[in-house]
Design a protein around this ligand. Structure first.
Ligand SMILES: [Zn+2]
Length: 288
């Protein structure tokens, strides 16, 4: 076990308040900016144990047969993400950080993108390489040598909240992205309707896997430290609301529409480097 940084990694404030206690883990919130964080949290060695092979097979699946109908269905479930990035970029090199089995990358490849990934799981990496033929680097982003200013699109789907050092992750993203590249990212948000209504039972706390708990505001601020400007955002519909209205037969067909009026489990953003930062790429400042 290790302690989280003493000062807020986003704003530098020291004052904190308890946000929630769950399964004997404590999540605090920075009093000043609202960034949530797990403290204490698993150490480096414990992290390696946490993401052992069973992490994926127990939570998701064991790597679907690429010839199965289930695989096609799984790929369709990634389409909303592909559509989201296509609103800004229609082709190019995609790097998915925390790609898992690579289903999202397979969906991107079907749409004509060139794809590669990074993941900490040997099990998932092997599946992506051998079964899907997708080049995936095994390891943490900070430890890998990735090509500079090479990618048109970098994606982090539910990945930033897992990383012990989001600053390092963003530094790597910035150094790997082409000057006109985009970063697409989503994270669970405890400010969303699902979290607010379910609170203690909300699955987005995901202790002890989620080290950080962002809100729209803190995520935008965090990206801003690296010169990223948000150009698109999307709220997922609220599954709590959808389920609630879906139980009423007459309203069932409208449940999804109603649920869209509420903020959901996560927030998704697309950001790109602003012109000023592109011109001064070396002047990176951030608070540790
Ligand atoms: Zn703060």
């Amino acid at each position: 076990m290790e302690r989280a940084p003493k000062v807020c990694i986003l704003c530098g404030a020291q004052e904190r308040e308890l946000l929630i206690e769950k399964d004997s883990w404590k999540i605090y919130r920075c009093h000043k900016c609202g960034l949530g964080f797990l403290d204490p949290r698993p150490s480096q060695e414990e992290i390696e144990h946490l993401y052992r092979d069973e992490y994926f097979s127990e939570r998701y699946d064991e790597g679907l047969d690429p010839n199965s109908a289930e695989f096609q269905k799984r790929l369709r479930s990634e389409k909303h993400r592909v559509r989201f990035i296509k609103k800004v970029k229609q082709d190019g090199q995609v790097l998915d950080i925390g790609c898992g089995y690579g289903y999202f990358l397979a969906a991107c490849r079907n749409e004509g993108f060139e794809v590669s990934g990074v993941d900490v799981s040997g099990w998932a990496t092997q599946y992506a390489i051998e079964r899907l033929g997708i080049p995936v680097r095994l390891g943490k982003v900070g430890d890998l040598t990735l090509p500079s200013h090479h990618f048109d699109i970098i994606t982090m789907w539910h990945s930033l909240e897992h990383t012990p050092d989001p600053h390092l992750a963003l530094q790597v993203v910035k150094s790997c992205l082409k000057p006109d590249g985009i970063l697409a990212i989503d994270v669970p948000t405890y400010k969303g309707t699902d979290a607010q209504r379910m609170w203690q039972e909300w699955d987005g706390w995901s202790v002890p896997y989620h080290f950080w708990h962002f809100t729209s505001r803190t995520l935008v601020q965090f990206l801003g430290k690296y010169g990223f400007t948000v150009i698109k955002s999307k709220d997922y519909h609220s599954s709590v609301i959808k389920e609630k209205w879906g139980r009423i037969v007459i309203l069932k067909p409208f449940a999804r529409l109603i649920a869209k009026m509420y903020s959901g489990h996560s927030i998704a953003l697309i950001a790109r480097l602003d012109e000023k930062m592109k011109a001064h790429r070396s002047s990176e400042t951030y608070v540790r």
